[in-house]
Ligand binder design. Structure first.
Ligand SMILES: Nc1ncnc2c1ncn2[C@@H]1O[C@H](COP(=O)(O)OP(=O)(O)OP(=O)(O)O)[C@@H](O)[C@H]1O
Length: 317
């Protein structure tokens, strides 16, 4: 990778052929997947075999390089810890290169295309109860990362993509930091510092705190919005605790959320276990009301069955 330029801010049209300057990989842009603070992500088709990937062009070479370094380190760790009989899944990071465009070099990397919906869209389409399954997958992903010595940092609803069966893929590794370092990228609402609830040092509790705010955001957005817009000197973690204790929709998760906001989990293994325990409890209790129309009961039963299957599959591991 060499230098980046402002031209990387420009969205390239569908059909553009991206040829890697050093490795010669050829990718045809299908459409824009998303654009964030650090770069633009396209859905691309590999010219040789038609396979789909996500390709991220960075605005800044150093930022993109540090993201690539984290992905490489994670991949190496995963390879090292893979058990002898475990199948090697496809790599997340596929290729790193530069694209020459209008006289400048744009750094890019190619990664696995995650076909899923962001957390918020997924829950609006499926119902809030699916947070039980998705939440457990998110916590399991965080646990894996923490046990490898990393903290995700910028956990927010847009950085969580979910497959139709509730499986989760975290995206945007630009905020990942080694445990003990400073969190290098965060988003206000989900940041522990923003709520004066602790430091911005990367520790597993930082991610668990962010996940607690993600849950509040998904289920009780209005009170969160109100608390988040109060004056910085007035804002504290007690505002979050107050929401958790007063919003009935958060009731089933209360114990977990309070512990995460207070930073009282010993580690993410304990956080996973408590989540499992809570969601097992309310899947058993979730029975439809009798005065509901039959078609709705059917749909409800189907959704509960799907949810139960997803939970069963998730809780087995
Ligand atoms: N592997 C992927 N598969 C599918 N979509 C992806 C993938 N990676 C990123 N995206 C899409 O592209 C968007 C922007 O990607 P990303 O979050 O990595 O960029 P960013 O500049 O770091 O964003 P932010 O400002 O949120 O930090 C995502 O919100 C998502 O919709």
């Amino acid at each position: 990778m060499t230098t980046s330029s402002k031209s990387s801010n420009m969205v390239l049209p569908q059909g553009t052929l991206i040829t890697g300057r050093w490795r010669g990989g050829r990718y045809v842009i299908q459409r824009l997947l998303g654009q964030g603070a650090n770069g633009i992500v396209y859905l691309v088709k590999r010219a040789e075999n038609g396979e789909l990937y996500a390709l991220k062009m960075g605005f800044d070479t150093i930022d993109l390089q540090s993201e690539v370094n984290v992905l490489k380190a994670l991949q190496n760790q995963r390879r090292k810890h893979r058990k002898a009989n475990e199948r090697q899944g496809p790599s997340y990071l596929v290729e790193v290169d530069d694209y020459s465009h209008l006289g400048s070099e744009i750094p890019f990397y190619v990664m696995r295309y995650v076909k899923g919906e962001p957390l918020r869209t997924f829950l609006s389409n499926r119902g809030d109860r699916w947070l039980n399954v998705a939440g457990l997958y998110i916590l399991q992903q965080l646990r894996r990362l923490h046990e490898s010595g990393w903290v995700f940092g910028d956990l927010k609803p847009n950085n969580v993509l979910i497959s139709p069966y509730g499986e989760v893929e975290l995206i945007d590794y630009g905020g990942v930091s080694a445990i003990g370092r400073s969190v290098k990228q965060f988003t206000e609402w989900y940041d522990r510092g923003y709520w004066s609830a602790g430091s911005r040092t990367a520790d597993p509790a930082y991610d668990l705190f962010s996940f607690a705010v993600v849950c509040i955001h998904m289920l009780a957005e209005e009170p969160l919005k109100k608390a988040a817009t109060s004056l910085p000197q007035m804002r504290s973690k007690n505002d979050l605790i107050h929401i958790v204790q007063n919003e009935p929709v958060l009731g089933p998760y209360r114990k977990w959320l309070e512990k995460a906001i207070e930073g009282k989990f010993r580690d993410s293994a304990e956080a996973c276990d408590l989540w499992k325990e809570l969601v097992k409890g309310f899947t058993k209790r979730g029975r439809p009301q009798t005065s509901t129309p039959r078609w709705m009961l059917g749909a409800f039963a189907l959704s509960i069955t799907l949810l139960a299957c997803a939970l069963y599959l998730t809780l087995r591991f």
